[in-house]
Design a protein around this ligand. Structure first.
Ligand code: ATP
Ligand code: MG
Length: 687
C-alpha cells in the first residue's frame, strides 16, 4: 500500500510576505490548501514578528499552521518511577540509566512511532487499552520530556516554550473547577489566556462564539460540578473542556478520548465540531476507543498502536485496503474501527488470516503472532514510506518556522493576573467560606465556652487558672481550625494548578497570593464572630484596647497557623498525608505551647521556639493581664500582683509585645517556604 501525498509544495520561495495580506499558494505536502492561513503571521520576519492579527475582528483570526512530524519516537519508564521523587535516588538512577545499567528495570512504552500531520487534518490514535496512546499524546504535547527518544518537530522546529503556548491539551479526565459555572469557567479562562491586545468586548465575544459552537447555551449557567457537587452532564463537561482549550485558538489540539462516556449521537456531534475546528486551520490529534463507522471516516489519518508499536499508519479510508492486501479480510460486515482494534489485539475471530499465520492458529501464542506479523509488515511496508515522505517534505515555509519560535504574547502583567485570579479564587471557594455549618460551629463553640466560663473572674488562684485555661483553649481552637483549613488547599487543587501552569495561564506567585488572601477571609471572619460572643460572656478585661488587642492576637495566631498549614500541604501535596502531618505537628506545638508544661528540660527547649502556639499564648496572656494587677484579695495573705502567680512563672507580663513580631515573621516565613515548596512540587508533577 502506498501512503499518498498530494502535490508537493509548489512555491517554497522565501521572499518576505506582504504586510497583512501574505498569501501562501498551493499546498504543503500535507494534502490541503493553506490559503486560509494567509492573514498576518509575519509582519517583519527579522525584527518584531507580529504573528497574529487579532486586534480588529476576532472572526478574522486564524491559528498559526503547525506541521507536526514525529519520527522513531520511543519512551520508556523505570518500573520504580515512584522513587524519582527522592532527589538522591533520582540522580543515582539517572546515572545508572546513562551507564545502561538499568535496562532490565525499564519498561518500553513507545517503541518507535513515526508520522506526520498538518493543519486541517485529524489524526486518530487507536489501539487497545494500555497500548500507549495517551503516552504518545503527552510526548507530542511536550508533557513527557525525560526518557523520550526520537525526533518531534513543529514546523521543523523542536519543542520549545513558544510551541507550548500553541498547543491545547484536553486530558482524558476533565480538569475543571467544580464550583464555577460553564460560562464563568470560559470567561475567566478567556481573561487569563487571551492576548492582551484583545479588549474585554472581544474576549466576551470569543466566549460567546465558543458557547454557541459547542452547544453549551443550555448549561452555561450551571455549575461544572464533580465529586460530591452536582453539575453538568459528562458530555457537556467534555465540551466545556474542549472549549477551554480552543478558546486560545491553539494551532495544535490534542485530545485524549474526547468521546469516552458519550452516546453515539453526542460523540458524532463532537467529532463534527472537531472537524470544523480542523478545517479552520488547526492540526488535531485525538485518541479514540470505539468510533462508529461514520466517525471513523471523518478522520484523515489513523495511527493504530499495539503494545507501543505501530501496526498501521495512513489514511483512514485506505486502512481496510491495506489489511486486505495482507489478507486480513472481515468475514462478516464490520465497523472498520472494530476491525482495526481486533487486529491490534490479535483477536481475529470472523476475520480471515494470511496463510503465514494459519500454522499458528489455535496455539496459545496465536494473538502474539498476529501482532508480530502486523508489526513486521508495518516495519517493511509502511514505515520506510512514511520516513521517506517525512524527509522529502522537510522544508516548512521559512516564515512558519520563524513564527512558531515567537512566543504568543498573552501574558498579562502580574497585577492584572492577580485581579482576575483573585475573583476566580473567591468565586470558586466562597461557598466554602460562607458555609452555614462553619458559622454554626464557630458560634456554637463560642456560646458553649461562654456558658462554661460564664462571668469568669480572677479572684482566686484557681479562678485565674481557669481563665488561663480558656485562653489556651481559644488558642488551640483557632490554631487547629486554621491549620486544618489550610493544609488541604494545595493537595485538593493540585490537578487544576498543574494543568493551568502547564498551559502557562498565570504565574505561580499570583496563584499563591490569591489563594492565601482569599482564604484569609474565613480565617478572619469566624474568629471575629467567635471572640465578640465569647469575650463578653466570659467577662474578660472590659476595656476597648484590651478587646481589640485580644482579637488581633487571635487573628494573628490564626493567620500564622494558616501559613503553617499551607507549608505542610505544599510539602507533602497529598490529601492523605497532609492530615497526618498536620495533626502530628499540631500535637507537638500544643505540648510545647506553655500551658501543659512550663518548665521544659533544656535539651527540648528549642522546640517551643518553633511553636507559634507558644508565642500566641504568651501574647494573649500579656494582652489580657498586667503584672501589677492585684488578685486573690480574699486569701489569707491578702492581695498579690498577678506576676507573682505560679501561672506566670515563665511569662513577664510587662515585658513588651515582641511576640507580635515573632508571629508576623513566622506568618511571612511559613508562606515563603510554602510558596517555594509549591513551586518545586508543581514543577515536578505531570498530568
Ligand atoms: N509512569 C509509568 N510507569 C509505569 N508504566 C506506565 C507509566 N505510564 C504509562 N505506563 C504504562 O504504559 C502503558 C501505556 O499507557 P497509556 O496510558 O499510554 O495507555 P493508553 O493506550 O492511553 O490506554 P487507555 O486506552 O486505557 O487510556 C500502560 O501499560 C501503562 O501502564
Ligand atoms: Mg489513555
Amino acid at each position: 500500500m502506498e501512503i499518498r501525498r498530494e502535490e508537493e509544495t509548489e512555491d517554497r520561495s522565501l521572499s518576505p510576505p506582504i504586510k497583512g495580506s501574505m498569501q501562501i499558494a498551493g499546498s504543503t505536502g500535507f494534502g490541503h490548501s493553506i490559503e486560509f492561513m494567509s492573514q498576518a503571521y509575519l509582519r517583519n520576519r527579522y525584527s518584531e514578528i507580529d504573528i497574529e492579527d487579532v486586534t480588529s475582528d476576532t472572526n478574522k483570526y486564524h491559528p498559526l499552521p503547525i506541521f507536526l512530524k514525529f519520527e522513531d519516537v520511543r519512551y520508556r519508564v523505570r518500573n520504580s518511577q515512584a522513587s524519582s521523587n527522592n532527589p538522591v535516588k533520582a540522580v543515582v538512577s539517572k546515572v545508572a540509566t546513562q551507564l545502561n545499567m538499568e535496562q532490565h528495570n525499564q519498561k518500553q512504552i513507545l517503541k518507535g512511532i513515526t508520522g506526520s500531520i498538518g493543519p486541517g487534518e485529524i489524526l486518530a490514535l487507536m489501539g487497545p487499552s494500555g497500548s500507549g496512546k495517551t503516552t504518545l499524546l503527552k510526548v507530542i504535547g511536550g508533557r513527557l520530556v525525560d526518557n523520550v527518544e526520537g525526533k518531534i518537530t513543529y514546523n521543523d522546529i523542536p519543542y520549545n516554550a513558544a510551541v507550548k503556548r500553541r498547543i491545547g491539551f484536553v486530558t482524558q479526565d476533565d480538569v475543571l473547577l467544580p464550583q464555577l459555572t460553564v460560562e464563568e469557567t470560559l470567561v475567566f479562562a478567556a481573561f487569563l489566556r487571551l492576548p492582551t491586545n484583545m479588549n474585554r468586548q472581544q474576549k466576551y465575544e470569543r466566549v460567546e462564539k465558543i458557547v454557541k459552537e459547542l452547544g453549551l447555551e443550555r448549561c452555561r449557567h450551571t455549575r461544572i460540578g464533580g465529586g460530591f457537587v452536582k453539575g453538568i452532564s459528562g458530555g457537556e463537561r467534555k465540551r466545556t473542556s474542549i472549549g477551554y482549550e480552543i478558546l486560545v485558538d491553539p494551532s495544535l489540539l490534542l485530545l485524549d478520548e474526547p468521546t469516552s462516556g458519550l452516546d453515539s449521537t453526542s460523540a458524532n456531534r463532537l467529532l463534527i465540531i472537531l472537524h470544523g475546528l480542523a478545517k479552520a486551520g488547526r492540526t488535531i490529534i485525538t485518541t479514540i476507543h470505539q468510533p462508529s463507522s461514520r466517525m471513523f471516516h471523518m478522520f484523515d489519518k489513523i495511527l493504530l498502536i499495539a503494545e507501543g508499536y505501530p501496526v498501521y499508519y495512513g489514511r483512514a479510508r485506505e486502512s481496510m485496503e491495506y489489511f486486505s492486501s495482507l489478507r486480513f479480510i472481515p468475514e462478516i460486515p464490520m465497523n472498520p474501527a472494530e476491525f482495526l482494534l481486533d487486529l491490534a489485539t490479535g483477536q481475529v475471530n470472523d476475520i480471515s488470516v494470511p496463510g503465514d499465520l494459519l500454522e499458528a492458529q489455535g496455539s496459545p501464542d496465536f494473538e502474539k503472532a498476529v501482532i508480530k506479523f502486523l508489526q513486521l509488515n508495518y516495519k517493511t511496508e509502511l514505515e520506510p514510506k512514511e520516513k521517506e515522505e517525512n524527509h522529502r517534505t522537510t522544508d516548512t515555509p521559512e516564515h512558519l518556522q520563524l513564527a512558531i519560535q515567537v512566543k504568543k504574547d498573552w501574558t498579562l502583567a502580574w497585577w492584572e493576573q492577580f485581579m482576575i485570579l483573585l475573583r476566580r479564587t473567591f468565586r470558586e471557594r466562597c461557598t466554602d467560606y460562607f458555609d452555614k455549618l462553619r458559622l454554626v460551629q464557630a458560634l456554637g463553640v463560642a456560646v458553649l465556652l461562654g456558658l462554661l466560663w460564664w462571668k469568669s473572674n480572677i479572684d482566686t488562684e484557681a479562678h485565674l487558672r481557669d481563665q488561663i485555661g480558656l485562653m489556651f483553649y481559644i488558642c488551640i481552637f483557632w490554631t487547629s481550625s486554621s491549620l486544618f483549613g489550610a493544609v488541604y488547599v494545595f493537595p485538593f487543587e493540585k490537578i487544576y494548578l498543574v494543568k493551568e501552569r502547564k498551559a502557562d495561564m498565570y504565574r505561580l506567585s499570583v496563584y499563591y497570593v490569591c489563594s492565601t488572601l482569599c482564604d484569609m477571609v474565613a480565617h478572619i471572619l469566624y474568629p471575629t464572630f467567635f471572640m465578640i460572643i465569647l469575650y463578653f460572656m466570659a467577662d474578660f478585661n472590659r476595656t476597648v484596647p484590651c478587646f481589640f488587642l485580644t482579637l488581633s492576637g487571635i487573628l494573628l495566631v490564626a493567620i500564622t497557623s494558616q501559613g503553617a498549614g499551607e507549608l505542610f500541604g505544599a510539602a507533602v501535596m497529598s490529601i492523605k498525608r497532609a492530615g497526618m502531618v498536620a495533626s502530628l505537628i499540631l500535637m507537638l506545638f500544643l505540648l510545647t505551647g506553655g500551658y501543659y508544661v512550663q518548665h521544659i528540660p533544656k535539651f527540648m527547649r528549642w522546640l517551643k521556639y518553633l511553636s507559634f502556639m507558644y508565642y500566641g499564648f504568651r501574647l494573649l496572656l500579656k494582652v489580657q493581664y498586667s503584672g501589677d494587677q492585684l488578685y486573690d484579695c480574699q486569701s489569707q495573705g491578702g492581695c498579690r500582683p498577678l506576676q507573682s502567680s505560679p501561672s506566670f512563672d515563665m511569662v513577664n507580663l510587662d515585658g513588651g509585645l515582641q511576640e507580635v513580631w515573632v508571629l508576623l515573621a513566622m506568618a511571612v516565613g511559613y508562606r515563603l517556604c510554602a510558596y517555594l515548596c509549591l513551586r518545586r512540587r508543581i514543577n515536578m508533577c505531570s498530568l
